[in-house]
Design a protein around this ligand. Structure first.
Ligand code: F6R
Length: 257
């Protein structure tokens, strides 16, 4: 694992990652982004959109691959990841919708959807920069505890904890789907560089186990320890389970890039 930074909050973390991505896209207009949903990455997308606008960065050939999607949710539902990625990423950044991919949660085609998604990632040349959040139970993507570390894109059951955590996005918990299709841990590890972001005390235990615990399917995020290029960005609350020697406190983050 490469580096663990503690920053003052989500806005600084978003600015830091957005600056790296803006430079990457300028250097390689065909950059392939790995996209997470949930609350954590939103400051990245907002900061990158601002840079695209103000710096006139050409994103017409950038591709994106979402990590996951609920099974059995209408893609038009406002909590489907098709919808969220379209609203928060494709439209915000002005990407070409044909280059932005979300795995299909259609229950009738799930068997082939995983392979089709792996093939699409491979055809695009692989993900260059993967953005990750982390679940309070240590999941990445929707790879819940127990997920094989070499797993690929597939249908998975969601734990009750994840359904409860995500119930805030739905009217009632009964509406939260029970299954998802997710890139596997093995799929995620193939990306060129991983950014894992976490904010808040409720993530501290998962973060500590991901960074310092044994590499184990019980904490799927611990697999990042085996990747050669990882940047972890935390606020102080999410870093509370780490020793000061485990991280670098960064102020004025963008100048540190
Ligand atoms: C989302 C995803 C999940 C989230 C994680 C944290 O595509 O794959 O692993 O990153 O559940 O969610 P938030 O950011 O809402 O705390």
């Amino acid at each position: 694992m490469s580096e663990v930074f503690v920053v003052s909050g989500p806005a600084e973390a978003g600015e830091y990652v957005a600056e790296i991505l803006a430079r990457a896209i300028t250097t390689n207009p065909e950059t392939v982004l790995g996209l997470a949903t949930g609350s954590t990455p939103l400051p990245i997308y907002a900061a990158l959109a601002e840079k695209v606008r103000t710096e006139g960065i050409d994103v017409s050939r950038v591709s994106g691959f979402a990590l996951d999607e609920y099974v059995g949710i209408d893609p038009a539902h406002d909590q489907s990841y098709h919808h969220v990625i379209d609203a928060e990423v494709t439209q915000t950044l002005g990407l070409n919708p044909e280059r932005v991919h979300v795995p299909s949660g259609n229950p009738e085609t799930l068997e082939s959807a995983g392979t089709a998604y792996e093939d699409a990632i491979r055809a695009a040349g692989g993900v260059d920069w993967q953005i990750l959040g982390i679940g309070a139970n240590g999941h990445i993507g929707f790879n819940e505890p127990g997920s094989p570390l070499d797993s690929l894109t597939r249908r998975v059951p969601l734990t009750e904890q994840t359904r409860e955590d995500n119930a805030r996005f739905f009217e009632t918990i009964d509406e939260v789907p029970r299954h998802a299709i997710t890139q596997g841990v093995g799929t995620i590890l193939r990306a060129g560089h991983l950014f894992l972001l976490a904010f808040g005390a409720h993530k501290a235990d998962a973060v500590a186990r991901a960074i310092n615990g044994p590499i184990s399917p019980e904490i799927p995020a611990s697999a990042i320890q085996s990747h050669p290029h990882v940047t972890v960005l935390l606020d102080a609350a999410a870093a509370a389970g780490l020793a000061p020697a485990d991280y670098t406190v960064v102020e004025g983050v963008v100048s540190a890039v």
